[in-house]
Design a protein around this ligand. Structure first.
Ligand SMILES: Nc1ncnc2c1ncn2[C@@H]1O[C@H](COP(=O)(O)OP(=O)(O)OP(=O)(O)O)[C@@H](O)[C@H]1O
Ligand SMILES: [Mg+2]
Length: 369
């Protein structure tokens, strides 16, 4: 593990370097942030930085790093504003000087464990999760996947709720299929027969039995997307099914035993739906036994470049282009942008840039027209 230590106080710097080296870490020391910025490269695993420093302070430094590296802050005068500023910039680990070496080591170990976990996850999930904020959500999803409790995925549009739902299905080990239905995409009068199916003769047009999605998902996972949009009249029915663990296809006389894992999702503020009597509280508690919030891309900046590079690679393959890469300025622009459309927007922006950029180097003006 390679650590960059940025600290202007020579005594603190030398003693920390010595102690960390004794612990077996590879340490690069810098007396100020600008000289560190010149030397930082992909081989660095972690940065430990002071806040109060000449030339450039720790906060400015963290801004410049812009989520590219993990950072532990050590600070002499732990003022609240600065701590808040750091948290806003995504730094979560602080130590106030004087601190015990032990505390620093355990903060480093924690970071290291996260990194290792991420590596294992990346392969399993098939989608990319590198930021601690997303990783926490993924950990929770993984832990809950093995049980049968309903999970509700919350988060803005394009953050990856469906990817998470598929991940939960994969991790659950359930042998059946992953079936998704979007509540806002099906006309209200058809949702019921889509979900529960019907038997021949149940109504005039029912010339054959039709299996509903609940039945198709037996032994597997049913993903109820845009759940907040579920017609109110159907919510009571869904609640009953979840409570009784069985359902009747339309016109059926015998119930079907339910063996379906329910994952639901919404990008709406479901609490408002509940307040406005558009969504039943009791159903909410049933569906959201475990709510999992997936943060927007701007709150998980460490995910941006890894996902961007993966999308770039996929797009090059898709379009049969040999080589293109992001310029340093482009990487910076990708990190600074707010991404209101989250990962979906990131995909679109990169695909377009791959097609439109004239040179091998993708420049900011290719990304943000
Ligand atoms: N971590 C990730 N790594 C790579 N690709 C991702 C990741 N998360 C999401 N994607 C991709 O981004 C797109 C949007 O993701 P997804 O459809 O899961 O979002 P969503 O939260 O369900 O959005 P919406 O609320 O609009 O339905 C998909 O193409 C998905 O494959
Ligand atoms: Mg979705």
């Amino acid at each position: 593990m390679k650590i960059a230590l940025v600290e202007d106080d020579i005594n603190v710097r030398k003693s920390l370097t010595l102690a960390l080296k004794e612990e077996g870490y590879n340490v690069l020391e810098f007396r100020d942030a600008p000289s560190a910025l010149k030397k930082l490269d992909d081989s660095i695993d972690l940065i430990i930085s002071d806040i109060t420093m000449p030339k450039m302070d720790g906060i400015e430094f963290v801004k410049k790093i812009n989520g590219k590296y993990d950072v532990i802050m050590i600070t002499g005068n732990a003022s609240l504003d600065r701590a808040i500023e750091c948290i806003r910039l995504g730094v979560k680990d602080f130590l106030t000087k004087p601190f015990e070496l032990e505390d620093l080591i355990s903060a480093i170990q924690r970071k290291k464990r996260y990194k290792e976990k991420i590596k294992a996850k990346e392969i399993k999930a098939g989608f990319i999760v590198e930021d601690e904020n997303t990783l926490k959500a993924l950990e929770l999803a993984k832990k809950t996947a093995k049980t049968n409790v309903p999970i509700m995925l919350l988060g803005e549009s394009g953050v990856g709720k469906e990817e998470f739902a598929k991940f939960i299905h994969k991790e659950s080990g359930r042998k059946g299929e992953f079936i998704a239905i979007n509540m806002s995409a099906i006309p209200e009068n058809l949702i019921e027969s889509e979900l529960f199916g019907y038997v021949k003769g149940a109504f005039t047009d029912a010339v054959n039995d039709k299996k509903g999605l609940f039945e198709l998902a037996q032994g597997g996972t049913l993903f109820l997307d845009e759940i907040a949009e579920m017609p109110y009249s159907l919510q009571a029915k869904l609640l009953r099914i979840l409570q009784e663990k069985e359902f009747f296809p339309l016109g059926a006389t015998k119930p079907v035993k339910l063996d379906v894992r329910i994952v639901s999702a919404t990008n709406q503020n479901i609490e408002n739906f509940i307040k406005n009597n558009k969504f039943r509280t009791d159903l909410y508690y049933r569906l959201a036994t475990v709510p999992i919030y997936i943060p927007p891309l701007r709150e998980r900046k460490n995910d941006i470049l890894p996902i961007a590079k993966q999308i770039l690679e996929n797009s090059l393959k898709e379009f049969g282009i040999e080589k293109k890469y992001f310029s340093k300025e482009s990487e910076k622009a990708l990190l600074e942008y707010e991404w209101p459309g989250n990962v979906r927007e990131l995909i679109n922006v990169i695909k377009r840039a791959v097609i439109l950029s004239e040179s091998e180097e993708i420049k900011p003006e290719d990304l943000f027209l």
